[in-house]
Design a protein around this ligand. Sequence first.
Ligand code: COA
Length: 186
Amino acid sequence: MFKKTSLRRKLKGLSIKLFCKRKKITITDTPSFSGAWPYISNKGVIRLGGQCSFRSFRLHQTITVQAEATLEIGEGSFFNDGVNICASQSIKIGRNAKIGDMTYVFDTDFHQLSPDRDVKKASVVIGNNVWVGANSMILAGSSIGDNSVIAAGSIVVGEIPPNCLAAGTPAKVIKSLNIPDGWLRQ
Ligand SMILES: CC(C)(COP(=O)(O)OP(=O)(O)OC[C@H]1O[C@@H](n2cnc3c(N)ncnc32)[C@H](O)[C@@H]1OP(=O)(O)O)[C@@H](O)C(=O)NCCC(=O)NCCS
């Protein structure tokens, strides 16, 4: 019984490694996929730190990296059901980030606002130990500082400093958080 389970685990690990290789994802070690595996379209560069996990029991996760774009994800980051990431330039997600269900992270608006405007494309940075609550949107040009929390259902457009709780549309700082150096959210 034990042997069967460990063999199954090894085979799953091997399949995930092959999947990453096929999708041209640079990995430090094998990520964990629980439930359905993410849909990934990679025409650019994806770098994944060690011990990242993707959990998808109800809704698929979708990761799109366009040509010449980069998606970097730091070690220990976690992605919940239905997360949708699209990089047209650069999206950096730090270490030990937690990205809640149905959250969208886009560094492009995809469409022009009006004929005189180009499509907005601007890098997105999500810091280390950041927790993004469910149903949030992190839009082009946003940055979220280390340790901060984005409350559920918020829309981030612009800069959220480190060590704070931000909420709403557009997300605004509600309070600062006292977070000791090296503390990681569970
Ligand atoms: C932000 C959160 C963590 C609560 O933190 P808290 O420190 O206990 O905050 P409080 O409930 O005391 O609320 C503080 C203020 O933020 C407001 N607030 C809390 N959550 C909010 C939200 N999602 N959107 C807008 N405002 C929110 C409260 O109304 C309150 O405002 P007030 O001071 O004017 O009364 C929680 O509301 C939340 O969003 N959790 C996310 C859960 C989730 O998505 N998990 C996904 C699994 S990965």
